[in-house]
Design a protein around this ligand. Structure first.
Ligand code: C5P
Length: 218
């Protein structure tokens, strides 16, 4: 079984996907972390992220491993554990830039299909139900009010950086939404057969229970 969970930044999809995978004994694949890994490496090595050829060459030569584990998925880039470094807004913005490039998407989508081909996965991202696994058994699209999504990102980021500013995080979330929804390749959109859940006023546990109920065999 493949469960696809898509949605914008801060919709709660990664936390929800992680908990659902845990409850079902499935593997959780956070595909956003793969785009972040490419952006992180580009930023570390001084590559111009707006140059699609340079980014594609680098992505082809980069080994990205997703290691499932009790504490959550860990990401290794060329053997180095960079899980914590990928969480910053700067890497998130870089990820949105490289994610607009067709060749990078081809490379990462092929990897995602390979990881998910045997099923038993909960995969979250922007295009899982539309492009990566259009035939997924269950598809969900999580959304929430942009201010609430910004507030959630703010709470996450505040843990490692007490200087973060709520209003600028909300602005960044809106900017990333705009980029993700308006790019030419695989823009963020709900699959026609996905179930939409508005999480603005829902606790994460409630979203998880709802999705688990909807995944029960009928
Ligand atoms: O979900 P997360 O914030 O980690 O994703 C970072 C960026 O990666 C997104 O803003 C989006 O541009 C891109 N992304 C994507 N397709 C996916 C997952 C993430 O384009 N399946």
């Amino acid at each position: 079984m493949i469960i696809a969970i898509d949605g914008p930044a801060g919709s709660g999809k990664s936390s929800v996907a992680k908990m659902i995978a845990h409850r079902l004994g499935f593997q959780h694949i956070d595909t956003g972390a793969m785009y972040r890994a490419v952006a992180w490496k580009g930023q570390q090595t001084g590559i111009d992220l707006s140059d699609p050829d340079a980014v594609a060459r680098m992505a082809e030569a980069t080994d990205i491993e997703l290691i499932p584990g009790g504490g959550g998925q860990r990401i290794l880039v060329d053997g180095q554990d960079v899980t914590a470094q990928l969480k910053t807004e700067a890497v998130g913005r870089g990820a949105a830039t490289v994610a607009s490039q067709a060749r990078v998407r081809e490379i990462l989508v092929a990897k995602q299909r390979d990881i998910g081909k045997n099923g038993g996965v909960v995969m979250d991202g922007r295009d899982i139900g539309t492009v990566v696994f259009p035939g997924a058994d269950k598809k969900f699209f999580l959304d929430a009010d942009p201010r609430e999504r910004g507030r959630r990102r703010f709470e996450e980021l505040k843990v490692s950086n007490p200087e973060v500013d709520l209003e600028s995080i909300i602005d960044q979330v809106r900017e990333r939404d705009f980029e993700d929804k308006n790019r030419a390749v695989s823009p963020l959109k709900q699959a026609a057969d996905a179930i939409r859940l508005d999480t603005t006023h829902l606790a994460i546990e409630d979203v998880v229970e709802k999705i688990l109920r909807l995944c029960e065999p009928s």
